[in-house]
Every structure is written in C-alpha cells, then in structure tokens.
Design a protein around this ligand. Sequence first.
Ligand SMILES: [Zn+2]
Ligand SMILES: [Zn+2]
Length: 172
Amino acid sequence: MLVDESVDDLAKEFAVETIEKFFNLRLKLAPLKINLKIAYDRYRRQYNAENLLNVVASGIIDGLFMVMLHRDIFVPGLNYVFGVALPFVGCVISTWRLKSPDQNLYHARVSKTIKHELGHVFGLLHCNRRCVMVFANSLLELDLKFDDFCDKCKRYLLGMNILRKFSDTIVQ
Ligand SMILES: [Zn+2]
Ligand SMILES: [Zn+2]
C-alpha cells in the first residue's frame, strides 16, 4: 500500500485493519513517491485517478498495488470518485470525501471503499445484490450500501483464495 503524506493516521489504520481482517494478502506499507502534479487537472482542481493509476502501474514491477491519498480524485465522465481500479494491476483510493467527525462512519466509509476497489482489483464487476460491490456515486449511496460482499462475490473471491475465511463468512 502506497500512502501519500496527505492521508491521516486514522484512515491508514482503518485501511490496514480492513485488509488484514478481510483479505488474504501480504501487505507492504510504503510512502507514495510520485509527483502528484502530473495527475492534477488545474481546471477541475482535482486529480485524474486514471492518470495516477497508470503512472504508478508503470513503476510497479512486482505484485499489485493500492495507492491511498487524501486528494479529490475524478475519472473522466464522473464528477468525483472514491476510488478507481485496474483489474489485476492495482487501485487508487481517496479519503477526500470520506471524512466524518463520526469515527464509526469514517471507518465504515474507508472500509467499504477498500473492499470495493480490491474487489475490482481481483476481477469483480459491479453487483446489484446486497453487496459492497454495488456502485456508489454519492456519499449517501456509499453510506447506505452493505459493508460486505454478497455470497456470490464472496464465493468468487474465496475461489481465488483472496478472502480470509471467517466462521461468519463461510459460503457453501
Ligand atoms: Zn466500482
Ligand atoms: Zn456481490
């Protein structure tokens, strides 16, 4: 996980906790060492998350990556996004719009965003069940959606050996 200096400690803690609790992945933490200006759109005053994704991807030789930053990000066609992913390459997650004085809410938002983008990284598409893979276009939609994968998505990730097998997430 490549963490930009703009990310607060709480979000970093939530992210690590979510990944270690839910995913069967080996997590390496490192500072994000790219010049963010290359992805900055001065007219939108936002960062182009696709550019960011491509720049980081071109420098990663081994394994998958997750970039975490506290900047307003967008992809062409959308006003903003919480995150963006390239299947089997990596993802970018922004805490910019997730912040809340309510620590539980902040935790849930970071956790849902991470599960959603990692789901994409491992090949999941958007889902229309009661599932964290439901597309969220606003904070309201993010807050309303389920904080876990549905059985179908869970089965897919378990098949890839990506999910940790909790007693309460066993799928038949
Ligand atoms: Zn998505
Ligand atoms: Zn699903």
